[in-house]
Design a protein around this ligand. Structure first.
Ligand code: SF4
Ligand code: SF4
Length: 164
C-alpha cells in the first residue's frame, strides 16, 4: 500500500505539472462531473486503498450513492463533487489534460474546445503530456504485488468500497 501511495503522490505531482502546461485549454473544475457520470471500475489495490480511507473518514460517504437517472460513479455527490477526492483512483487524477496512449493523444472532450489533436500537439509543452501506457503498466505491476498478498479479483466496481 505504501508503494501505491508513492505512485499517487508522483501522479499528483505530474498532474499539477500537466495543468500548469495545459491550463489555458482546460476547464476541469469542482462540480464539472461529466467524467464521473459513468460506471467506474478500479484495480484491487485501489479498492483496498479506498476502503481504508473510507474506514477512516466514514462521514465523507454518508448519503451515497445518490439516486439519479443514468450511470454515475457511486462516489459522485449531488453537488457534482467527489466524496472520496483525497483517495480517488488514478484514472480520476489523470483524466482531463492531454495524455499519450501509444502514439495518440487522449483528453476530455470538454477540454481543448474546437482544437484538433494535431493542433493541441503544437500548443502544449511535450513535457506536460503524461505517458498513460507506462503509468498503466506500473499500476498493473503494483496490483499484481497486492494480489499476491491479498488474492481476489484483479478489478472491481468502485461501489464495493461502500459495502461493509
Ligand atoms: S475531465 Fe472533463 S468532465 Fe471531468 S472535470 Fe475535466 S473538463 Fe470536466
Ligand atoms: S471516484 Fe470521484 S473523481 Fe473518480 S469517477 Fe468517482 S466521483 Fe469522479
Amino acid at each position: 500500500m505504501a508503494a501505491y501511495q508513492d505512485l499517487l503522490d508522483k501522479v499528483d505531482a505530474f498532474s499539477a505539472h500537466a495543468v500548469e502546461g495545459q491550463g489555458p485549454y482546460l476547464r476541469c473544475a469542482r462540480g464539472c462531473d461529466q467524467c464521473c457520470r459513468q460506471p467506474r471500475t478500479v484495480f484491487a489495490v485501489e479498492l483496498a486503498h479506498l476502503r481504508a480511507w473510507i474506514a477512516d473518514h466514514p462521514e465523507a460517504v454518508i448519503g451515497l450513492p445518490v439516486a439519479d437517472e443514468g450511470p454515475r460513479c457511486p462516489m459522485l455527490k449531488a453537488d457534482g463533487a467527489c466524496a472520496v477526492y483525497p483517495a480517488r483512483p488514478i484514472i480520476c487524477r489523470t483524466h482531463g489534460p492531454a495524455a499519450r496512449v501509444d502514439e495518440a493523444l487522449s483528453y476530455c472532450a470538454l477540454n481543448f474546445e474546437g482544437l484538433s489533436a494535431s493542433a493541441i500537439e503544437g500548443l502544449i509543452p511535450a513535457s506536460s503530456v503524461l505517458n498513460l501506457g507506462l503509468l498503466n503498466t506500473l499500476l498493473v505491476l503494483l496490483n499484481q504485488q497486492h494480489l499476491a498478498a491479498h488474492p481476489g479479483p484483479a478489478r472491481a466496481d468502485i461501489g464495493e468500497a461502500l459495502e461493509p
